[in-house]
Design a binder for this molecule. Structure first.
Ligand code: SF4
Ligand code: MG
Length: 336
């Protein structure tokens, strides 16, 4: 497929009094037109910082390091001028967040907010914009859209607010939608409805989606490709099927609540990942997962594991796949 977005060797640091926190440490991936790519990992792994970088939202004390490239339709957005930025953000690329209340204006009627977005980007005149706003609310599954357009965000339930935010993001018909934990604040039933809505919109609009989440369960039915991030790096990547049925990295196993065959009786205990990720003020020389990994070998602490290629774009960075490593039983994957 044709590449819409290419992130190449992205490095992002935050300058703090204690020193430089290396939040994103050389991340590369590509998104094809109309496809959904999921970036999965625990909080603090750099996935939101990656999303913000794509939207041009990294601000002081954050810094995108020289050498990083983010190509949108082949053009490096990090080199864009202000005017080009405005056109890119909102018209080409839109973002949905975990909490709609932070992105919707609490003092403005929901329909008006969407209409304003349409007008700012020159997508509609005044009368037409109000009509289009109602149409967008209908499209994202909000009942009685004419009436709801007249209400304020606080009059909406959490799920309905999330839908309204999605409607705002869709106002300019973006080719790329960045969704950062779009369902995390919602209860399970509503989560499923929002994921269904995103699937439906993707089918209808053909927009590419970068879906950022800590929950692998959320991405199963929607993502074509998955990148698993840990401590500022992508530790495993591949198609959704590969990652769910043939995961290769111990961190992915942990995310999938995977346990070795011999250890079935302990599966409850292993369902949460014990320990904490390394301090990114002074990242470890070796594998960043070594302090939490039950398979850790001496080499892991000393040297960064290289990517091993399993074909079809499936890669994992783990010393277990070195020919010299001891053989480990394929883990038993517990699925929900
Ligand atoms: Fe575990 Fe070593 Fe693989 Fe890191 S490289 S995930 S420590 S086995
Ligand atoms: Mg986050």
């Amino acid at each position: 497929g044709e590449k819409l977005l290419q992130v190449q060797d992205l490095r992002v640091s935050y300058h703090t009094y204690a020193g430089e926190v290396q939040s994103v440490r050389g991340v590369s991936f590509a998104v094809e037109k109309g496809e959904t790519l999921a970036i999965v990992g625990e909080s603090g792994c750099g996935k939101s910082v990656t999303a913000k970088s794509i939207m041009g939202l990294i601000q002081d004390p954050g810094e995108i390091k020289p050498g990083s490239r983010i190509l949108y339709e082949g053009r490096d957005i990090l080199k864009m001028k202000k005017r080009e930025w405005r056109a890119y953000r909102g018209e080409q690329c839109a973002m949905i967040f975990q909490d709609a209340l932070t992105s919707l204006d609490p003092t403005m009627r929901v329909g008006k907010q969407i209409a304003e977005t349409l007008r700012v980007h020159g997508r509609a005149g005044k009368a037409e914009a109000a009509e289009k706003a109602v149409e967008l609310l209908r499209r994202v599954g909000i009942p009685n859209p004419e009436r709801r357009a007249q209400e304020f965000p606080h009059q909406f339930s959490g799920g309905m607010r999330q839908r309204a935010m999605i409607a705002t993001a869709l106002a300019c018909d973006p080719k790329l939608l960045i969704a950062d934990e779009p369902t995390t604040a919602l209860d399970v039933t509503i989560q499923a409805q929002i994921i269904d809505l995103m699937k439906q919109l993707q089918r209808e609009l053909g927009a590419a989606i970068v879906l950022i989440t800590h929950d692998l369960g959320v991405v199963a039915g929607i993502a074509k490709h998955i990148c698993v991030m840990y401590s500022g790096k992508i530790v495993e990547r591949g198609t959704s099927a590969e990652l769910f049925y043939h995961p290769r990295h111990p961190y992915t196993w942990a995310l999938l609540k995977a346990v070795p065959r011999l250890d079935l009786k302990n599966k409850q205990e292993l369902a949460t990942i014990e320990g904490t990720p390394p301090d990114l003020l002074s990242p470890p020389a070796g594998c960043p997962f070594c302090t939490r990994c039950r398979y850790c070998m001496p080499v892991c602490k000393e040297e960064m594991p290289p990517d091993t290629d399993f074909g079809g774009g499936h890669q994992a960075a783990c010393w277990l796949h070195d020919p010299r490593a001891p053989k480990v039983d394929a883990p038993f994957v517990v699925r929900k």
